[in-house]
Ligand binder design. Structure first.
Ligand code: PLP
Length: 446
């Protein structure tokens, strides 16, 4: 199956006016990589080449591209209810999606606040936490704890709790003031080339006790982590690590937020990483796979008690002064409903779990290729870490991306780490092809 049955968009007449995000604009415009159509597991480039999607677009398209029920839901909704105001008004689709999403979310996370992206979901979550502690009569609980090498989007809240130096550096003067960071869990030599969860490193969660001792638990509002850090190169949590974080949060009454923007919707072989690891957060942020990437949408899921506390604290009137013009947009809600139905009808989360061992063997077969210094995986996500060229971090990774694209494979790279996260509909033969293409590129990369 290829994307060729679709109309392939022609290359644009001018590349100049568009300022591309997180992209080396000057280099890109000299040698652009342009996608003109998508279907199933494949893109077609504007010059007509078929590209296997090794990263679900950008960790989004878990059900594969161009799914007819999603396309139809979006088209019908655009014709029937193109827009509905989100403030002091409602429409059936956003309520319906909240109901369906709440069924999938773990434990008693049963209330949903809609945003339009992962970044907005994260910033909304941080505000919900502050509103909660005010409502609980503990307004001094304002400190957030994030983690090194965390990515929580690009809002000021997200970059403050995030732990990537280059996303923070330019804005350092105006980050949220009361934020601490746990150490990341990567780089333990015994963990290299782990299959699934690495064995060493659960003790790194104990650093939270140090932060509590330093500031006092009564000042700490929440801890936010990605259960598997995605954007900084697929960092799988050590066995017991998340359990320990949960226990320390419980001990000190601290809210635990899982940012599941990448790990949600089957990526780890369960609906969410919370179920995959059997560790229940108090709040979750999701986006990407919620609508299969077809319409921008993010959401925050909160435990029953968090919602009740905030809305009951206000006798009448608006309880939470936050929201977006497009919160619960009809097109996004319709896309989300159609997407969740596909996941369920096709058993895609179970499929991801079934395929995981095959995927694991396939990606670990790259061990031993030139410059491959680590491979890690969980569910249908894997990271292949390449040694950086001396004095040129990221150069080898970017070359890998460009060469893969030229050979017909879309990958994601972070620095010198290749991240693989194919749509959950991938067939075994396509896994073989993906690894063969990537292996060929790594062999010749230099
Ligand atoms: N949180 C996590 C864990 C992410 O991986 C991302 C994006 O990759 C975000 C938040 C931000 O999402 P968005 O790019 O939709 O704002």
């Amino acid at each position: 199956m290829t994307a060729t049955q679709n109309v392939v968009l022609e290359a644009p007449t001018s590349l100049e006016e568009l300022w591309l995000p997180f992209t080396a604009n000057k280099a890109f415009k000299k040698a652009p990589r342009l996608l003109g159509a998508s279907h199933g597991m494949y893109y077609t480039s504007t010059d007509g080449r078929t590209i296997l999607d090794g990263c679900a677009g950008l960790w989004c398209v878990n059900a594969g591209h161009g799914r007819e029920p999603i396309v139809r839901a979006i088209a019908e909704t655009a014709a029937n209810l193109d827009f509905a105001p989100a403030f002091q008004m409602g429409h059936p689709l956003s309520f319906g999606l909240a109901t369906e999403l709440a069924k999938l979310l773990p434990g008693d996370i049963d209330h949903v606040f809609f945003a339009n992206s992962g970044s907005e979901a994260v910033d909304s979550a941080l505000k919900i936490v502050l509103a909660y502690w005010r409502a609980r009569g503990q307004p001094d609980r304002v400190r957030f704890v994030g983690r090194q090498r965390a990515y929580h989007g690009v809002g000021f809240g997200g970059i403050s709790v995030g732990g990537i130096p280059y996303t923070r550096a330019a804005f350092a003067a105006q980050l949220l003031p009361q934020v601490d960071h746990l150490p990341h869990t990567h780089g333990i030599a015994e963990n290299f080339f782990s299959r699934g969860q690495p064995l060493q490193g659960a003790n790194l969660a104990d650093e939270l006790e140090t932060i509590v001792a330093q500031h006092g638990a009564e000042t700490i509002a929440a801890v936010i982590v990605e259960p598997v850090a995605g954007s900084t190169g697929v960092l799988v949590p050590p066995v017991g690590y998340l359990e320990r974080l949960r226990a320390i949060c419980d001990k000190h009454g601290i809210i635990l937020i899982f940012d599941e923007v990448i790990t949600g919707f089957g990526r780890t072989g369960a609906a969410f990483a919370a179920q995959r690891f059997d560790v229940m957060p108090d709040m979750m942020t999701v986006a990407k796979g919620l609508t299969n990437g077809a319409v921008p949408m993010g959401a925050v899921g909160v435990r029953h008690e968090i919602y009740e506390t905030i809305v009951e604290a206000t006798a009448s009137g608006i309880e939470f002064f936050h929201g977006y013009t497009y919160s619960g947009h009809p097109l996004a809600s319709a896309a989300g409903l159609a997407t969740l139905k596909i996941y369920k009808d096709e058993g895609l989360f179970e499929r991801a779990a079934e395929l995981a061992p095959y995927f694991e063997d396939a990606v670990h077969s790259l061990r031993g290729l030139p410059n491959v210094i680590d491979i890690r995986n969980l569910g249908l996500v894997a990271g292949v870490e390449l040694e950086s060229r001396a004095g040129k971090p990221g150069a080898r990774g970017l070359d890998a991306l460009v060469n893969c694209f030229n050979e017909g494979l879309l990958i994601r790279v972070t620095g010198d780490i290749v991240a693989l996260s194919p749509p959950l509909i991938i067939e075994k033969g396509q896994i073989d092809h993906l690894v063969e293409l990537l292996g060929g590129v790594l062999r010749d990369l230099g």
